[in-house]
Design a protein around this ligand. Structure first.
Ligand SMILES: NC(=O)C1=CN([C@@H]2O[C@H](COP(=O)(O)OP(=O)(O)OC[C@H]3O[C@@H](n4cnc5c(N)ncnc54)[C@H](OP(=O)(O)O)[C@@H]3O)[C@@H](O)[C@H]2O)C=CC1
Ligand SMILES: O=CCCC(=O)O
Length: 341
């Protein structure tokens, strides 16, 4: 990784430097002149800035890539639906026509894809990222997938001589916009250290959890808890209304007690209005419940609450709510058809 370490020169404004768990790993990074903190300013003694690839520009990938660009990184993007690249190109990103072209061009490439199938397809499929990887490069998959998928991708990436890191994120659309994500990483430690400055641009904290699969597992456990919490909150809102209480007051009461959670305070008011502006699509929450249940099954851990919640997300999907926010799971608890009077 000597090439990557010596070439990372992202511009990191002070306001992006929040609570890193460990200090920046590279002495050479600190020793660079302020001039070198601009991607356009490369002095003779400093090498060219690292080229950073970003594959997958959905709800999460777009703001994450945008933050890298705004911090002065040299970013190259690709997305299956090309028009989603346009705002980033306007901000200064390069564009390539395939994942393979991105990884060929870049030193390190991040991928933020919908699910295990798309993560594998983009990494290992025709014109996939692995084709452009080689020793000295790195591939960081920040999608939420299961550990088995992550290991399959990691094995193929490492067969090219490149390094691999899984780094799913906790935090949703707004934290992605604000550079406040939490990275749950595992895999090649050297790559973790190399990309730490980029993780610190996109996030507020990062955890290194060891072997590939541990980042995925941590993410799935967190989202399993979140999915069950949301299902339970939905039941509470509807029950409060049915017994004549004001569900808005319930949201307020919950916010002041031991079970208060930012998620309830943020989503509660719109749920009371039966509106579900999408931050985390319901289809992805159900995917995560499914993958978490698979993880639990693999170690014979009973998870009856999560299993019940998963059924509710499946019902919500069957009602056409896949692309709504996951808080729309509450709709699955409402009577679908009003009986005639
Ligand atoms: N939204 C959230 O709050 C959070 C989401 N996550 C996780 O991050 C990942 C991305 O989520 P999010 O951005 O919300 O999802 P979106 O649905 O907004 O974006 C999904 C991305 O995957 C791409 N994609 C889907 N299928 C394929 C395919 N077959 N081949 C190539 N590309 C494909 C989409 O491309 P196209 O534009 O062409 O459809 C898009 O770029 C998911 O794994 C999700 O679970 C993690 C934390 C929070
Ligand atoms: O995977 C999505 C997580 C959403 C969140 O952490 O708020």
């Amino acid at each position: 990784m000597a090439l990557l370490c010596s070439t990372f020169v992202p511009q990191i404004p002070n306001h992006f430097r929040r609570n890193p768990i460990s200090s920046f790993p590279f002495k050479s990074f600190f020793s660079l002149s302020p001039k070198a903190f601009s991607s356009n300013a490369v002095s003779k003694e400093d090498k060219a800035p690292a080229r950073v690839g970003f594959l997958g520009l959905g709800i999460m990938g777009s703001p994450m890539a945008q933050n890298l660009i705004k911090a002065g990184c040299d970013v190259t993007v690709w997305n299956r639906t090309k028009r989603k690249c346009d705002p980033l190109i306007s901000l200064g990103a390069n564009y390539k026509q395939s994942p393979e072209e991105v990884t060929s061009f870049c030193d390190v490439t991040f991928a933020m894809l919908a699910d295990p199938e798309s993560a594998v397809d983009v990494a290992l499929g025709k014109n996939g990222a692995a084709n452009g990887l080689s020793p000295g490069k790195g591939y960081v998959d920040v999608s939420t997938v299961d550990g088995v998928t992550s290991k399959v991708i990691g094995k193929q990436v490492k067969a090219t001589g490149a390094l691999f890191l899984e780094a799913p994120v906790s935090g949703s659309k707004k934290p992605a916009e604000d550079g406040q994500l939490i990275f749950l990483t595992a895999g090649d430690k050297a790559l973790y250290e190399t990309v730490a400055p980029f993780l610190d641009i996109m996030g507020k904290s990062r955890f290194y959890l060891g072997d590939i699969g541990n980042g995925a597992a941590m993410k799935l456990v967190v989202n399993m808890i979140m999915g069950s919490m949301m299902a339970s909150f939905s039941e509470g809102l509807l029950l409060s209304e049915k017994v004549g209480l004001d569900p808005s007051v319930l949201v307020e009461v919950v916010s002041q007690g031991a079970i208060s959670a930012p998620m309830f305070s943020m989503k509660g008011p719109s749920m009371v209005q039966a509106t579900y502006p999408t931050a985390f699509p319901l289809k992805h929450q159900q995917k995560d419940m499914r993958l978490a249940l698979g993880l639990a099954e693999s170690v014979s851990q009973p998870t009856p609450i999560a299993a019940a919640a998963n059924e509710l997300y499946k019902v919500a999907k069957s009602h056409g709510l896949s692309d709504q926010d996951f808080s729309a799971v509450m709709e699955a608890l409402k009577p679908r058809f009003q009986p005639p009077n």
